[in-house]
Design a protein around this ligand. Sequence first.
Ligand SMILES: [Zn+2]
Length: 134
Amino acid sequence: MSKTLCDGCEKRWAAVVVTRIENGIMTSRNLCQKCADAEGEGGRCYREPISPKVVPLSLFSEERASSSATPSEISIPDFIKVNDLADAMNVKLFRVLGVLISLKVFVTKESMLDFATAVTVGQRLGVKVKKLPG
Ligand SMILES: [Zn+2]
């Protein structure tokens, strides 16, 4: 694994890649921990451990999506399929099944859940579940 000098101070080895988007332009810099801390906090930037390969842009956006895509609130009908509930909350199916198992509700992804159960699942996963109007 080859080492890269910090783009900031050019004295220490880079420890993180700091990616910033400013005015729609993405720039990546290899920084040592000190420089990253100095310029990272408060700025809108994305950090990750340094790797010898260039990080593909797709990975970058996927990481962002997974950290922010779970809605804080969803609306569902009176009954909803386990699979659809996972989709609506944008969480992996196994997480919903895991919560259900902990509630001693044993279902498959095709099973229908009633609203109260869906609300409980939502609470466990940090999503507020509301009833669809009508
Ligand atoms: Zn530095």
